[in-house]
Design a protein around this ligand. Structure first.
Ligand SMILES: Nc1ncnc2c1ncn2[C@@H]1O[C@H](COP(=O)(O)OP(=O)(O)OP(=O)(O)O)[C@@H](O)[C@H]1O
Length: 577
């Protein structure tokens, strides 16, 4: 899923990592000539190989070389700093850009999952994957990976340089520090993995408890269950933050003990050298470069360790994210895009036919629809009634192509509806649920739902509102169709919201409108008024209406009564109640 562009960017960062490593080693190596010049400029001036340099810069005596060498040394430090800064900027930007790629890709794939998958899993899994876990992958996988590559490279180059200076000291120091880090890493590995697991798992629970608490805020306030939801949240939040805190400590704590040991080793070494050498001055350049080498080496060792530790912490989060990225595309974008020219086009011209349809939600669950056969002609109004749990919504979901039947055949105009043409079939359908979802935007954007504001056809919006009998109310508002409805349509009454839902269905120019208990939350009078608007809709529209009450659907051409997933009574199909 990594695009070609990102691969090129990663390659560029890799090249920059290599260049930075060399720049850093060069600036580090420059300390030896610098200290040498400081202490005995005469000696350096006499070195054969440097003669060309002195001649090039027109230097004739040893006391002239200090200034250019100082400038050169400082310049080296700046160039190396510049490279590091550039690398930090580019690698951070790239990691976050890839984080956005991941998050968007998970959301994209999730949106294209079949309805049956959405009803069978908790959305908190996906939401935490799109938000927190995608960030986790950036912070605990992508960035540490780049840090690890650059640190290992630097380690190798610096240690080669140090070996050239003093093989024994370097080998001893390296083995010592390496061993310390290795022991710490072996000890910490299990703990890091476990903390990472806790963090990944808690993120999902956190998301779930937030969704539940805030989603049912009215009931929470009425029932006084704030404490219950707070408790649910804190039960996940405390282990989550504790795990993060613990892993942060585990990944950054070794440096203090290792630094102390490093200073001790350096002191012993200096002590030994000064005892065995005649002139203390002559060993200062060597000591200086070793000290500076160690001063660079230790943080890099620590950096590599931290990066490695982060990779361990991020392992669980990464596997959750990979699972979400692995979701295959079930509904093809081609079928569903509004301007696609699919060879499998379905327009309702004659009838919708269900032949011996049965359905179960999962293999180990019982049938909730059993052997149902129906023939719905175009332009008919069909009412589905039955007690709660009798299977009305499931049956209509099958007709809407949201749930594939477990057995039997579902045909429109004689064509079997299947994955290749279901998108085309769904373009004919609009759905008005019991509580329609309103986005926090204008009335016209809510009627022309999901269409960018600049592409909305206002006259079509007005026509739909008029047919849904809501235009008068909208036009009486100060901002008319540009009135903001507020999150979840709080500023509209129940009846008005349902009418917006109807207007939305009409704007879509759907030929089939499904009313799923669309009026059951309304009072009798409002329900009657909304039903009048539905009755007044064009005769060419096929209307499927789910209701609890027979009175709601009494004007329908056909009525189907369901019980335990079976049709127990029919009216208008040649049979009457
Ligand atoms: N996602 C699901 N997973 C498993 N079983 C489900 C799922 N959705 C519904 N069911 C079961 O399927 C049966 C039919 O449910 P359905 O929602 O179709 O009934 P309904 O007649 O529309 O009920 P209501 O009037 O309450 O909306 C019920 O027994 C229900 O428990």
């Amino acid at each position: 899923m990594i695009s070609k562009r990102r691969k090129i960017q990663y390659l560029f960062v890799l090249i920059l990592i290599i260049m930075t490593a060399f720049a850093e080693v060069l600036s580090l190596g420059a300390i030896i000539p610098f200290l040498g010049v400081l202490i005995s400029p005469d000696k350096v001036f006499e070195i054969e190989t440097f003669q060309v340099v002195w001649i090039f810069f027109g230097i004739t005596s040893s006391n002239q070389i200090l200034l250019p060498v100082t400038i050169f040394f400082t310049l080296g430090a700046f160039v190396s700093g510049g490279f590091r800064l550039g690398l930090l900027f580019l690698s951070s930007r790239l990691s976050y850009a890839v984080g956005a790629d991941i998050s968007i890709e998970i959301y994209r794939r999730t949106l294209y999952q079949p309805y049956s998958l959405h009803v069978s899993r908790n959305s908190a899994d996906v939401i935490s994957g799109i938000t927190a876990k995608a960030n986790g992958v950036v912070a605990y996988v992508l960035q540490p990976l780049l840090t690890l590559v650059s640190s290992i490279l630097l380690l190798v180059i610096i240690s080669i340089g140090l070996v050239a200076l003093d093989p024994i000291v370097t080998t001893v120091a390296f083995t010592l520090f390496g061993l310390i880090y290795l022991i710490i890493a072996l000890q910490a590995k299990k703990k890091l993995l476990r903390d990472g697991q806790i963090a990944a798992h808690s993120q999902t629970i956190l998301q779930k408890s937030l969704q539940e608490g805030l989603g049912a805020i009215r009931d929470v306030i009425l029932d006084g269950t704030q404490k219950f939801y707070l408790n649910l949240y804190s039960k996940a939040d405390i282990p989550y933050r504790r795990a993060l805190g613990n892993s942060q400590f585990t990944s950054s704590s070794p440096r203090y003990s290792v630094e102390a040991i490093g200073i001790m080793v350096m002191a012993i070494f200096a002590y030994q050298l000064s005892k065995s050498s005649d002139s203390l001055l002559s060993i200062i350049p060597l000591l200086g470069s070793l000290a500076m080498g160690a001063q660079r080496l230790l943080p890099i060792l620590q950096q590599s360790y931290t990066a490695w530790a982060y990779l361990k912490i991020g392992k669980s989060t990464l596997s959750d994210v990979i699972q979400l990225l692995d979701q295959p595309f079930h509904i093809s974008e081609f079928d569903n895009s509004s301007n696609s020219v699919s060879p499998y086009v379905i327009n309702l011209d004659s009838s919708i036919v269900l032949k011996n349809i049965s359905f179960r939600y999962a293999e180990d669950l019982p049938l909730v629809i059993e052997n149902i056969s129906l023939n719905i002609e175009k332009g008919k109004r069909v009412g589905f009634i039955g007690k709660t749990g009798s299977g009305k919504s499931t049956l209509v979901d099958i007709i809407m192509g949201l749930l594939p039947p477990t057995s039997g055949e579902f045909l429109v105009d004689g064509q079997v509806v299947q994955s290749t043409n279901v998108g085309s079939w769904q373009k004919n359908i609009a759905h008005v649920p019991q509580s329609i979802y309103l986005s926090d935007s204008t009335i016209s954007e809510n009627i022309a739902f999901g269409i960018p504001a600049e592409e909305i056809d206002l006259s079509r919006v007005q026509e739909a509102a008029r047919k849904a009998q809501i235009s008068e109310h909208i036009e009486s508002l100060k901002h008319g169709y540009n009135t903001i409805v507020g999150e979840r349509g709080i500023r509209l009454s129940g009846g008005q919201r349902q009418r917006i839902g109807i207007a939305r269905a009409l704007y879509k120019k759907a030929s089939v409108i499904v009313f799923d208990e669309a009026t059951s939350a309304l009072d009798n009078e409002t329900e009657k008024a909304v039903m009048d608007s539905i009755d007044g809709l064009g005769a060419e529209l096929t209307i499927l209406m789910i209701a609890h009450r027979l009175s709601t659907v009494e004007n329908c051409d056909m009525i189907v009564r369901l019980e335990d997933g079976k049709i127990v009574e029919q009216k208008g199909f040649g049979k009457d109640f």
